[in-house]
Design a protein around this ligand. Structure first.
Ligand code: NAD
Length: 469
């Protein structure tokens, strides 16, 4: 049996409590994912709690070695994982999509394994001596969305395991097979009970937050769900890392070469067909280069093939689900009705299977239009014209979210000055959305709190303890 079929068969089920999974590009049934009851999810937490002390006792060196073995296992099954991801999430194998996502899982596991333990001597002045240590929390609940279902799961699982916690991981109900396949492969290398999947809907996630044996929730998803988790966390003072929604702005200064930046701009916005938290979701372009940037973007966007993920030629895929298609459709229609100029796309073929929405560029749009101020989470970019940089910065900062942002200029120093005035967790210069396992990542305002990646990410997956004396 090919690797894809045997991995898929190992995680699908004929149990009664299960959900049919359909390919978002074709509508075809691809598997049946098991669902846990609340009692089963609580039992998973108990098993993870039982396994935690022995896992913590292994020490950093041994746990790092295990994480490398887990990375080896993902590497060995990378093509099968990419195919499951592509069929269930919809993202193509090629481009910054499925193979890229599985590759990122391997790098994050390895870099997290090798990141130095964040222990430090904070005072040593002859009369006082104090060390700051980072200890395991216990059981970590890892709750993920459907857009990058493997990579985001690893962002939570790898630091949590590395710091001596055990993990109960709840994949999104829209991408259960991707989450289950990844966890099955990781478990080839991990001791039993250290990482347990809890497939289910939001109710299973809420159960993890309410469970007193879960010491920390690492959550990535919408701001609306994040707010519910904050309220529910009060019961047990559960620790939280919240990576929530965004509506990233990009500001293009008048000194750019439009053709030179067009491809980077395109991928900043259209990576994963726009279904990315820190994608460029609204672009402010100076009047001097406005038409040239629009033309260059149309040229790049028209050359990008969209279609079924398993077709090697494609780099853009369908939206993952009908709900997201409807959000994108509604926002584009609102923009069109307002008199904005549709440069490209905006005309989905509704009589064909799959949740395909074409790459869409919208110019001359009012900065208060819903397509600009709401998170579209799809392959659509509104392009706002500006003449006064201060006004563009005010518009960029005008929303209640602040995940990422970008500034585009031939003058790096000038771009850095503008970046310093933008309210966002990360501001990229002449690119948008790139992440690195050693560079801290997190949002400000209602995009959440807490950092992931690197030493800060390890600290976030542990509790500080001072040894004084
Ligand atoms: P979502 O909030 O609907 O769901 C995310 C997860 O939370 C799912 O697993 C869901 O089952 C679970 N959930 C739902 N209700 C819950 C509850 N009451 N308690 C606990 N868990 C619950 O988000 P989504 O639609 O899957 O993902 C898209 C959103 O995620 C977008 O807003 C996007 O910007 C955001 N996102 C943010 C980041 C980031 O790093 N900041 C990354 C990716 C996606």
């Amino acid at each position: 049996m090919p690797a894809y079929d045997s991995l898929l068969a190992s995680i699908t089920t004929d149990a009664v409590s299960a959900r049919d999974v359909f390919d978002p590009a074709t509508g075809e049934l691809i598997g049946r994912a098991p669902l846990l009851t609340s009692a089963e999810a609580d039992a998973a937490v108990d098993r993870a709690a039982d396994a935690q002390a022995a896992w913590a006792a292994l020490g950093h060196e041994e746990r790092s070695a295990v994480l490398h073995r887990a990375a080896d296992a993902v590497e060995a099954q990378s093509e099968a994982l990419a195919q499951i991801l592509s069929r269930e999430q919809g993202k193509p194998l090629n481009g910054p999509n499925a193979r890229f996502e599985v590759g990122a899982c391997v790098s994050w596991l390895r870099v997290t394994a090798d990141t130095p333990t964040p222990t430090q001597v904070v005072v040593d002045d002859g009369s006082d001596y104090a060390e700051l240590h980072y200890r395991p929390i216990g059981v970590v609940g890892a709750i993920t969305p459907w857009n990058w279902p493997m990579m985001i799961a690893i962002w939570q699982i790898a630091p949590a395991l590395r710091m001596g916690n055990t993990v109960v991981a709840k994949p999104s109900e829209y991408t259960l097979l991707s989450g289950l396949a990844l966890i099955a492969v990781l478990n080839e290398a991990l001791p039993p009970g250290v990482l347990i999947a809890a497939p289910g809907d939001g109710g299973i996630g809420a159960g993890l937050v309410a469970n007193a044996a879960v010491g920390k929730i690492m959550f990535t998803g919408s701001t609306a769900t994040g707010k519910k988790i904050i309220e529910a966390s009060a019961g047990n003072v559960t620790r939280l890392t919240l990576e929530l929604g965004g509506n990233d702005a990009g500001i293009v200064l008048p000194d750019v070469d439009p053709e030179a930046i067009a491809e980077q701009l395109f991928w900043g916005a259209f990576i994963n067909t726009g279904q990315t938290c820190a994608a460029l979701k609204r672009l402010y372009v100076h009047d001097d280069v406005y038409e040239a940037v629009c033309d260059a973007l149309v040229e790049v966007a028209s050359s990008m093939p969209m279609g079924i993920g398993l077709d090697e030629a494609n780099v853009l895929g369908p939206l993952q689900n009908a709900m997201q298609f409807d959000v994108v459709d509604r926002l584009v229609e609102a923009a069109r009705r307002s008199g904005a100029r549709v440069l490209l796309g905006g005309d989905p073929k509704r009589d064909q299977p799959g949740h395909f929405y074409p790459a869409t560029l919208i110019a001359d749009i009012d900065p208060t239009n819903d397509l600009v101020v709401e998170e579209q989470f799809g392959p659509v970019l509104p392009i706002v014209r500006y003449t006064d940089l201060d006004e563009a910065i005010t518009l960029a900062n005008g929303l209640d979210v602040g995940l990422g942002a970008s500034v585009w200029s031939a003058d790096r120093d000038r771009a850095r000055d503008v970046a310093a005035r933008i309210e966002a967790g990360t501001v990229w210069i002449n690119s948008h959305g790139g992440v690195h396992p050693m560079i801290p990542f997190g949002g400000v305002k209602q995009s959440g709190y807490g950092l992931e990646f690197g030493v800060d990410g390890l600290k976030a997956a542990s509790v500080p303890q001072v040894i004084n004396g």
